[in-house]
Design a protein around this ligand. Structure first.
Ligand code: PMP
Ligand code: GLN
Length: 387
């Protein structure tokens, strides 16, 4: 009996599932997988309840319920001045994960090369492999994880079809600057590349740093699929309502595969996310302020313990170098941590082709209540230095 395909060979179990299971098994504080430990707005939950009780329980249209598509278009206009047609330039997906998957399956042929920022989100690698693509990683390096523009330029070949971007960037927490985006845009236009831009952390930026969608740069709206999701912005990571916006032909390619992956995405949560997208400015500002305070709490604490901390400008995550504490290997460190001190973190190493670059780096999630972060820091302070 054949029990698996070559398409998934070597992909193993996602690190997030592995480390969350480890947290449960050991009763550890989970600073691994990025999910908040508080619910999103109750008014949004009430909208979902209304939809469930109000008969919104049959298949949604393939591209999503109209009010959510309209709300996504209104959001792009309100925050970025981007004008997208809710009927032809928006697709609702089962999380950003499905949007990335459907985009790659709908756009990429066997042997096409796709440039991806390294460290990369793990589902990108899996989906590139399943799509038969060749990945060309461009490495963001500590301490500031800036884009090496010349390396990006050198990574382009005649077989390059697309650039898969992520900003604000998981796991480094860096946010692409206008200059970096201009350089990417110039390369994409010169080589006629599609840009798939994962912006799920679009509202989670700190210290006044602004997230800039690459689609807002001249010449880019017509070649960019912008992807986001309600999970991070509204603290409902389990709802899995995501979306893509972009030119109709790219959205059609995405929907061409999505229709046979899930057909459509769950209906009753879509009106609730439509409502959430219309939240007032205070909602977005207080989300940012609260997360920034949690970031500072965690980063200050990790630095006090002796780790080298790279303070992030966005996302849920802070990266540290563990070598000042005498450790070398993030995977060994993260395997030891739950048993020894009762905290779970994520090793960067699994997000690299160039594993040596990521070996001493470890990612910590700060989307947790302050008292949970403080308890984790207390536990980490007991780390035996001689392990
Ligand atoms: N992209 C990135 C960069 C992420 O960190 C995540 C994690 N949630 C996702 C996509 C997946 O988003 P969703 O849960 O909406 O599928
Ligand atoms: N995006 C979150 C993280 O990076 C959750 C990932 C997941 O569960 N697939 O931790």
């Amino acid at each position: 009996m054949k029990t698996s395909s070559a398409r998934i060979a070597g992909l193993g179990t996602t690190i997030f599932a592995e480390m969350s299971a480890e947290a449960v098994r050991t009763g550890s504080i989970n600073l691994g997988q990025g999910f908040p430990d508080t619910d999103g707005p109750s008014a949004v939950v009430e909208r979902a309840v209304d939809a469930l009780r109000g008969g919104r329980n049959q298949y949604a249209p393939g591209s999503g319920v109209p009010e959510l598509r309209r709300a996504i278009a209104a959001h792009q206009l309100r925050f970025y001045g981007l004008s997208v047609d809710p009927d032809t330039e928006v697709a609702v997906t089962t999380g950003a994960t499905e949007a990335v998957a459907a985009a790659l399956l709908g756009l990429i042929d066997e042997g096409d090369e796709v440039i991806v920022l390294e460290p990369y989100y793990d589902s990108y690698v899996a989906m590139l492999q399943m799509a038969g693509a060749v990945r060309r990683p461009v490495t963001l390096r500590a301490p500031d994880f800036r884009l090496p523009v010349e390396e990006l330029r050198a990574a382009v070949s005649p077989r390059t079809t697309a650039v898969l971007l992520n900003s604000p960037h998981n796991p480094t927490g860096s946010v692409l600057t206008h200059e970096e985006l201009e350089a990417i845009a110039e390369i994409a236009i010169e080589h006629d590349l599609v840009v798939i831009s994962d912006e799920v952390y679009e509202h989670l930026t700190f210290d006044g740093v602004a997230h800039i969608p690459i689609a807002t740069l001249p010449g880019m709206a017509e070649r960019t699929l912008t992807i986001s999701s309600g999970g991070k912005t509204f603290s409902f990571t389990g709802w899995k309502i995501g979306w893509a916006t972009g030119p109709a032909e790219l959205i059609n390619a995405l929907l061409g595969s999505k229709q046979f992956l899930t057909y459509t995405s769950g209906s009753p949560l879509q009106p609730a996310i439509a409502h959430a997208l219309g939240s007032d400015d205070d909602f977005f500002a207080s989300l940012r302020a609260q997360l920034q305070a949690q970031r500072d709490l965690l980063c200050d604490g990790l630095a006090r313990i002796g780790l080298e901390v790279f303070v992030p400008a966005g996302t849920y995550f802070a990266t540290t170098d563990i070598r000042p504490l005498g450790f070398e290997d993030g995977v060994d460190f993260c395997r030891m941590l739950p048993e020894r001190v009762g905290v779970v973190a994520i090793p960067h190493q699994v997000f690299y082709d160039h594993v040596e670059v990521g070996r001493p780096l470890v990612r910590w999630a700060f989307c947790k209540r302050p008292e949970v972060l403080m308890e984790a820091l207390d536990r980490l302070a007991t780390l035996p230095p001689d392990l």
